[in-house]
Ligand binder design. Structure first.
Ligand code: G3P
Ligand code: CA
Length: 291
């Protein structure tokens, strides 16, 4: 069934790694800010520790986002928890060159003993489900080939434990699923759909062909995946703006990432995408007339 383009007021605002422009990414402080601003959803990357715990960490290593060093999947949770989360931002269009903020302070740690520690997925789910404000979750699985299949099983087990998934169906808030799973890996998404057929999935794609190749061949198109939505990078959408209408005609939602500049927000919203993933949730809400 073909989907209509979304009006700006209907576009879902997804706070990338929490409000990662303002607080250390993947910390409760960043997610609290997303709720306070009125974001519709929060994005979170998950990786599995050596002892099988899902933690909210983007990079393969903890070097950028903590005081420690090492590969997440080679460390136990207790080892990860020895290090403090720090605020170092990745290089990305629209945020490059902005100064880093200080690490979580000792005052923060005193106020909340978890504040300076790596955030586990369960702690995030506990926070979101206990909050009166309803914010949806867009959870991205990383390293799908490591711990083959265990990440998806652990993720769905956690969603069930917090009442976000029941019998393969996601909980609904205001008529929309409260949670969805995203991945660059079709294999990971297929595993999720086998385990929970009604849980929405987003296939993330970043492929852009070099100009010389794209002239001689048809424009890059992501292979239609098993997902209920496609998550193209902003670069891919800029390269191929007609992608949104084509995907909508195929009945697939479009969730574009990561859109931080006002001019890019204008571009994405004018195409009628379904969700915009951003580090700058306050700016996007304002742009869409909601802040
Ligand atoms: O939301 C999709 C986006 O987060 C994918 O890129 O590298 O920030 O996880 P990355
Ligand atoms: Ca991500």
């Amino acid at each position: 069934m073909s989907l209509p383009p979304r009006a700006p007021s209907e576009i879902e605002v997804v706070a990338h790694r929490g409000v990662s422009a303002e607080a250390p990414e993947h910390t409760l402080a960043a997610y609290q800010q997303a709720l306070a601003l009125g974001a519709d959803a929060v994005e979170c990357d998950v990786r599995m520790t050596r002892d099988g715990v899902l933690v909210c960490v983007h990079d393969r290593r903890i070097n950028r986002t903590s005081t420690g060093r090492g590969v997440v999947s080679a460390l136990d949770l207790a080892e990860l928890e020895r290090h403090r989360v720090v605020h170092r931002r990745p290089r990305r269009a629209g945020i490059r060159g902005r100064p880093s903020r200080p690490a979580v302070t000792d005052d923060d740690v005193e106020a909340d003993e978890d504040a300076g520690r790596v955030l586990t997925l369960d702690r995030l789910l506990d926070y979101v489900t206990a909050s009166p404000g309803r914010v949806r979750l867009a959870i991205e699985t990383k390293h799908p080939t490591r711990h083959a299949g265990q990440v998806e099983v652990a993720l769905l087990t956690s969603l069930r434990r917090f009442g976000l998934l029941s019998g393969g169906r996601p909980l609904e808030w205001s008529g929309r699923p409260a949670v969805r799973v995203m991945s660059f890996s079709p294999t990971a998404l297929r595993r999720v759909r086998v385990l929970a057929p009604d849980l929405p999935t987003v296939h993330l794609v970043r492929q852009v062909l070099p100009r010389s190749r794209s002239r001689s061949r048809s424009r890059p198109r992501p292979a239609l995946p098993a997902g209920t939505a496609i998550g193209p990078s902003l670069a891919l959408l800029r390269h191929d703006p007609g992608l949104v209408a084509r995907l909508h005609r195929a009945g697939l939602q479009v969730h574009v990432w990561v859109v931080n500049r006002p001019r890019d927000m204008h571009f994405a919203s004018s195409l009628g995408v379904d969700a915009i993933i951003t580090d700058e949730a306050a700016t996007l809400l304002h742009h869409l007339g909601r802040g």
